[in-house]
Design a protein around this ligand. Sequence first.
Ligand code: ADP
Ligand code: MG
Length: 249
Amino acid sequence: MGLILELNNVNKRFGGVVAANNVNFEVEKGKIKGLIGPNGAGKTTLLNLISGIYDVDDGKIIFDGQDVTNVPAHKRARMGIGRTFQTPRFLDRSSIEDNLKLGTDLFDQMGYINSFFGKKGSDYQHELEDLMEIVGFEVNWDDEISSIPYGQRKMLEIVRCLLSYPKVMLVDEPAAGLNKMEIERVVDLLNLGISRDIGIVLIEHRMDLVMSVCSSITVLNFGQVICDSIPEEVVNNEEVIEAYLGRQD
Ligand SMILES: Nc1ncnc2c1ncn2[C@@H]1O[C@H](COP(=O)(O)OP(=O)(O)O)[C@@H](O)[C@H]1O
Ligand SMILES: [Mg+2]
């Protein structure tokens, strides 16, 4: 099946901490790859390396058939590497509308904005309406984004990402702090991504969620991949149980 992202022997150190230790990692189009492991294992670092926020010390990152190892973060975003953050990142004093359009501004720099808001402007509205129907709540678009609850902001971050039509979507702990109903909506958003053939990387501590949506799971411990397999094998892997699952309540 089509690979959209590939990390080859990627290394990253912070002083004495080895945050990525010879990591090999693959993401397929239209599939969700789970990324799990204890706190400090290097999960968020891996997303930062993929999105270009951090440079690798060595190793290669291949995205959509191209070597992007030395491509700066803003270009990788425009090429189709989208992400959300462990704690949502918005311009807190700006309106919900402006914050969501930041996603589509990626197109601005490519010169696509006219077609997006002009000729195809109705597509944007359409798309936004479809996505808002999935998240299942309404907003006043002019309100400051900081005025809405945390769970809703986290969901809107995924909406913003989807509005940029990414090829890869990196999602860092989307269920943390969300209630059961909100988590179901997040799953719906991820499934929409799947139906669009987006390759999704999902960092998540909730094993029920990881098990139900991921096609395969990579387990990190001290920056190292200790297991990379289908969910059923990962949960029964001794090393994974020892390092991570056994510790969960
Ligand atoms: N910018 C940074 N500077 C120094 N150390 C960092 C930085 N980012 C991450 N680390 C360290 O790298 C390790 C992995 O962190 P992180 O990727 O955030 O783990 P996880 O997301 O799995 O909890 C930790 O020891 C963390 O302290
Ligand atoms: Mg993290």
